[in-house]
Design a protein around this ligand. Structure first.
Ligand SMILES: NC(=O)c1ccc[n+]([C@@H]2O[C@H](COP(=O)([O-])OP(=O)(O)OC[C@H]3O[C@@H](n4cnc5c(N)ncnc54)[C@H](OP(=O)(O)O)[C@@H]3O)[C@@H](O)[C@H]2O)c1
Length: 268
């Protein structure tokens, strides 16, 4: 049976790469984001079903979930929509930036998860009734949830305040969800990437300052959106009872949030 996966934040970066990777492996996808023009371009390329939706708008998310259900349901969800705003200190930060980061990275993740859980359960039930087999897990359908957090959700750094707080919260919510869904055939996974060079992430964080936004990626080989997508989708490709509950993914040149080797890598 072909699996259908909803990917939020699919209009750029890791989300778009994830839709492409799922498509390559034969999955059906539902691509969700606010910018419909970008979603349409991705749909033309991949065949993704697209739904324009702001994940922070609970009513819009409910409509999105209804449309997913009406157009074939889903057995997978990737909560990828998110981002950072600003690098100010705790002392000088703008509360509106912090609110926006919490809204998209935490409330958005909760909105989408809550709205789609019943849809995922319907996929489990219909697959279970379509299949039969012996053994504890045979004959059941399965569902998968993957949350995009960050190494910023596992280690703090100066200037990270609001983003650290939001991603730590997303990490905590992921752990809570896994506990709350215990006993259901739903795996709850988290991928926490380090330095990833995507087109818009740092540009948005630094309020459009292109020169400053390119600096973190100079003289280093960071992860690409495709690298993250390959590992993320790989977790969906594992047998359904295998739950990669926390995947930490960094470029070789980055050994911690604080240690990025710039220049060529060489054996000592
Ligand atoms: N790049 C990195 O270094 C890095 C590292 C670790 C983790 N991450 C995390 O990975 C995820 C993707 O990052 P990225 O680098 O691919 O960033 P990106 O290119 O800026 O993509 C963010 C995506 O989220 C969508 N989005 C933002 N607000 C939204 C909202 N309210 N409703 C619906 N969609 C929304 C954006 O689309 P629209 O604007 O069209 O809505 C966009 O498609 C984020 O959660 C980020 O925090 C990134």
């Amino acid at each position: 049976m072909v699996q259908r996966v909803v990917v939020t934040g699919a209009s750029s970066g890791i989300g778009a790469a994830t839709v492409r990777r799922f498509t390559e492996l034969g999955y059906e996808t539902v691509a969700v984001a606010r910018r419909e023009d970008r979603l349409r371009a991705l749909a033309a390329e991949t065949g993704a079903y697209v739904i324009q939706c702001d994940v922070t708008d609970e009513a819009a998310v409910a409509r999105m979930a209804a449309e997913v259900r009406a157009t074939g349901g889903a057995s997978g969800l990737v909560n990828n929509a998110g981002g950072a705003l600003g690098t100010e200190s705790v002392e000088t930060a703008l509360n509106d930036d912090w609110r926006r980061m919490f809204e998209v990275n935490v409330i958005g993740l909760r909105n989408v998860t809550a709205a789609l859980l019943p849809v995922l359960r319907e996929a489990i039930t219909s697959a279970a009734s379509a299949e039969s087999g012996a053994g504890v897990d045979a004959g059941h359908g399965w569902a998968s949830i993957m949350n995009l957090t960050s190494t910023a959700g596992l280690a703090s750094y100066p200037g990270g305040g609001g983003y650290n707080a939001a991603k730590y919260a997303a990490h905590a919510v992921t752990e809570v969800l896994r506990l709350e869904l215990a006993g259901e055939p739903i795996r709850v996974m988290e991928i926490a990437p380090g330095l990833v060079h995507t087109e818009e992430f740092t540009l948005n964080r630094l309020r459009g300052d292109a020169a400053a936004a390119s600096a973190p990626y100079e003289n280093v080989t960071p992860l690409t959106a495709e690298d993250v997508a390959r590992v993320l989708v790989g977790a969906f490709e594992q047998p359904p009872h295998v739950n990669q509950d926390l995947i930490v993914l960094r470029p070789v040149a980055q050994s911690s949030v604080f240690h990025v080797h710039r220049g060529p890598l060489a054996a000592k």
